[in-house]
Design a protein around this ligand. Structure first.
Ligand code: GUN
Length: 290
């Protein structure tokens, strides 16, 4: 293996440390404690794990965590009423509605009901527009975490060819916007892209966010490129009752032979997402208090 391993776990701990120090200062000097409300509808096991982890790390950073667990058959009107209450609550600086929502709930309607100033996910249409036009926005946590890792590793990204694989609203599209803002030449590749291997082979920076286990292999990677793997996929278990191995969208072993730097799964992008959520909650708090 030749690639440098980009240690997202260590960098995320640093970011959380900096957020924690700032939160302590806010409390001491201004008597303000940031608050993050997380709303979970239903009992999706993966979402429950994420929400628990978010709550624990919010408290560890010195902020208040408000968890709202609602039954899977919650009506849209009841969910919207809760969001209205959280919007009006001065103790709540950030609101996150865990996705995906059960099928009977309109995700766009729900997300756009959140006060954009408290939209720490950066999914509200106003924040999407602000980011796209280069204005001050709340930026989605996963792409923000990827950008922080890239800047930490590269310094300036100006002029680099970046390929984002995947065009989701949560990762692919905002990632492309952030890389463009940092003066990369950006290509967004997806399931219909022709000769995707050749497109990826032209990239100095590859961000893989498709949700397909080990789709990107070493022969797709330009020698020396930086590879950011957003995927978290569980392979089928090797034995009955066992748990399958967690892998990314990139085949780590072969890619690490060619890349200059690569994020592992787990321990790469994943920990950065929650660190950025805490950072966004702190930012929302500071903006709310002028
Ligand atoms: N589900 C998967 N990723 C995310 C995320 O970043 N935010 C929310 N709200 N839900 C998610």
């Amino acid at each position: 293996m030749t690639a440098t391993i980009i240690d997202g776990k260590a960098f995320a701990a640093e970011v959380r440390g900096r957020v924690g120090e700032h939160v302590a200062r806010l409390k001491e000097e201004n008597g303000i404690t940031p608050g993050l409300a997380v709303v979970l509808v239903g009992e999706d096991p993966a979402s429950e794990v994420y929400v628990r982890s978010k709550g624990r790390q919010t408290i560890e950073s010195g902020m208040n965590s408000y968890e709202h667990k609602l039954p899977a058959d919650t009506s849209e009107a009841d969910l919207l009423a809760l969001i209205d209450r959280l919007n009006a609550d001065p103790a709540v600086n950030g609101i996150l509605v865990q996705l995906p929502l059960p099928g009977h709930l309109n995700e766009d309607l729900v997300i756009n009901a959140i006060d954009p100033a408290k939209d720490v996910d950066g999914f509200h249409i106003s924040n999407v527009g602000l980011l796209a036009t280069g204005q001050k926005a709340m930026v989605p946590c996963t792409p923000l975490g990827c950008l922080m890792l890239l800047r930490e590793h590269h310094g300036s990204l100006s002029g680099l060819n970046a390929v984002v694989i995947g065009r989701s609203n949560i990762v692919g599209k905002p990632m492309a916007q952030l890389l463009l803002r940092d003066s990369c030449t950006v290509t967004v590749a997806h399931s219909r892209t022709r000769d995707i291997e050749a497109v990826v082979r032209g990239a100095d920076i590859v961000v893989a966010a498709v949700g397909r286990a080990e789709m990107v292999t070493g022969d797709w990677i330009k020698p020396g490129a930086t590879v950011i793997d957003v995927g978290i996929n569980r392979l089928p278990p090797a034995e009955e009752g066992g748990k399958g191995r967690l892998v990314g969208d990139v085949e780590f072993e072969s890619a690490a032979e060619v890349a200059g730097a690569i994020t592992p799964v787990p321990g790469g992008v994943g920990p950065m997402t929650i660190a950025c959520l805490l950072a966004n909650t702190l930012t929302a708090t500071c903006r709310a208090h002028g």
